[in-house]
Design a protein around this ligand. Structure first.
Ligand code: G6P
Length: 560
């Protein structure tokens, strides 16, 4: 067996692998550093000192220091990782007469934390052992090969047949077969493959320079597809009756999410409260799980997650299920962990999103939330709502208009943020929520220190940061707050800020910087955000950043 490790991109690893290393059984992992810096010595796989066991691991072993103290006294470790502790324990636990499965299970029984493991034992040629707890892992069933992957998309060109692995299950693959066991009872688990509905062509970048540009461009089409998917034969929207009943039985809906999905949740709150009259709270998953507020009497939980795999969200899902509450998941990935473990799923139908910075998944989330809000509102008679099918059609066209004006946005980037240290986005209400997403997008991919502020709150502290030429981008789409935001703009302008205003057509003044088409007022976030996505994209380009794979980030964050 041979091992090759590199720091950096997969392309670097590919270049380092030689033809002599090609084989028929192997394991690999792109590490998102949790213990120890990104380096070759910390990169996976890790090998036990005897050379018998080699391991890759996604997850975090919480008790690795205690395990090291208990079992590896005097054992020299070659890396700073929790993973190496596990593989060295395999050597310690290996005794004559014990099978690989028995050694592996004995080690697994000692572990606290999350893991998706791929293990090779030199004494069992052509077999690949695996185990899963909390971190995602699937078996891919090919025509002439078996594989393991954290995500179906990673191997969709090889197969569309997958077998789910549940927490605390383990097993072994050969080229022709897979065997699954319950990790606790050792009983055989029989589970048939399912077909993943991912089009391999959707995973290609095609003529686009970056996935992010492709995915931004796809947004009008995604909105139209969502309308179609949620439309009943009579043309109105329809949502699973059980899911609707679950929400209608609740006295409060808790939206749980992280990052961009959290920002979509903020818009969702507004839509659901206004259209359906149901009180909504939006919470950050990583906080909520460990600092749970006093819940209402009959709460229902809506998890929003593009990937459906985010560990922070999942820990909340596990906790609220233990409390006996209902979970609904809004995700782009059918069959993902959060979807499987919730009672109901709403799908985004956005197609695979590859760029780390989420764009079409965000707008898909907001669109599906608007459909959910409208459908709930119509069913419970809260509002005489407008024709959302028609309104979303207008949104799709408005998005296209902005995409077609991308060169103008590129020019604005040049004028405002090409060399800046920081930038601020302002708004009130939904414009504030979009400001938060705008700032996150700019931070994620251009590394400009950016913040989104409610424009009224600016004067209570943040205005101290405004200096000559500080870029401030104000989003103005709501008639009832437009004058206030404009006043806040002139306050920062008086202190030297370089202000750009992004305004809907009906509110636009001659001096405004960029005009976006009118849409239904509650849907303006779907349009204004497209401006901010393109703005972030061109800022990243201007600064020569890796648009699709920004530093330190991962598409699917499966550790807490
Ligand atoms: C990571 C990504 C973000 C994303 C967040 C939530 O931090 O880098 O872009 O918004 O996870 O992901 P999810 O898949 O749960 O929507």
């Amino acid at each position: 067996m041979t091992t090759t490790k590199t720091k950096g991109r997969i392309a670097d690893l590919r270049a380092a692998v030689t033809a002599e290393q090609y084989g028929t059984c192997g394991i690999g992992h792109t590490r998102w550093a949790t213990h120890g810096v990104p380096s070759e010595s910390n990169a996976h796989p890790h090998q036990s000192h005897s050379g018998r066991f080699t391991l890759v691991h996604n997850g975090v072993i919480d008790n690795y220091r205690q395990l090291q103290a208990t079992y590896l006294n005097g054992v020299n470790l070659k890396s700073d990782t929790d993973t190496e502790v596990v593989v060295q324990m395999m050597d310690v636990f290996a005794k004559d007469g014990l099978s690989t499965e028995e050694i592996f299970r004995a080690v697994l029984n000692e572990l606290a934390g999350s893991y998706a493991f791929g293990l090779i034992d030199m004494q069992r040629e052509g077999e690949l052992f695996f185990a899963k707890n909390k971190s995602p892992l699937l078996i891919g069933v090919g025509n002439d090969a078996m594989m393991l992957a954290s995500d179906a998309m990673a191997v969709i060109r090889q197969t569309d047949q997958f077998v789910e692995i549940n927490d605390r299950e383990m097993g072994v693959l050969t080229a022709e077969s897979y065997h699954l066991f319950d990790g606790d009872t050792n009983e055989v688990v029989v589970r048939a493959p399912y077909t993943a509905a991912i089009d391999a062509d959707d995973v290609e970048k095609g003529m686009y320079p970056h996935y992010m540009m492709k995915e931004m461009d796809e947004q009008p089409g995604v909105i139209r597809r969502i309308v179609q998917k949620y439309q009943a034969k009579d043309g109105s929207f329809t949502i699973d009756a059980d899911l609707m009943a679950a929400i209608n039985a609740a006295d409060r809906l808790y939206i749980v999410a992280c990052g961009t999905s959290y920002h979509a949740g903020l818009i969702g709150r507004k839509l659901i409260e206004e259209k359906a009259g149901i009180p909504v709270e939006v919470v950050v998953a990583s906080e909520f799980g460990y600092d749970m507020p006093l819940l209402s009497a009959k709460p229902v939980f809506l998890f929003i997650s593009q990937s459906g795999e985010t560990a922070d969200s999942r820990q909340v899902l596990v906790k609220i299920k233990q409390l006996g509450h209902t979970a609904i998941t809004l995700t782009n990935v059918a069959g993902s962990t959060l979807s499987r473990e919730a009672s109901h799923t709403l799908l985004l139908h956005a197609g695979p999103e590859i760029a780390v910075a989420s764009t079409k998944a965000y707008t898909a989330q907001v669109a599906v939330l608007s459909i959910l809000a409208e459908t709930l509102g119509k069913a419970n008679g809260h509002t005489q709502t407008n024709d959302m099918v028609h309104e979303l059609g207008i949104v799709a066209n408005a998005m296209q208009t902005i995409i077609d004006e991308k060169e103008q946005i590129q020019q604005l980037v040049h004028d405002y943020v090409a060399t800046t240290r920081n930038a601020f986005f302002l708004g009130r209400g939904v414009d504030y929520f979009v400001s938060l997403e705008a700032a996150l997008k700019l931070k994620e991919i251009s590394y400009i220190q950016a913040e989104g502020f409610s424009s009224g709150e600016l004067k209570h502290g943040t205005i101290a940061l405004i200096e000559d030429n500080t870029p401030v981008i104000a989003l103005i789409t709501q008639p009832h707050t437009q004058l206030q935001i404009r006043s806040n703009c002139s306050e920062v302008q008086s202190r030297g800020a370089h202000v750009a205003t992004v305004v809907t057509e009906s509110l636009a003044q001659p001096e405004d910087t960029f005009v976006i088409p009118n849409t239904a007022l509650e849907l303006t976030p779907l349009v204004s955000v497209v401006f901010t996505q393109l703005f972030a994209y061109y800022a990243a380009l201007a600064r020569d950043c890796d648009v699709d794979k920004p530093r330190n980030l991962a598409k699917s964050v499966t550790v807490e």
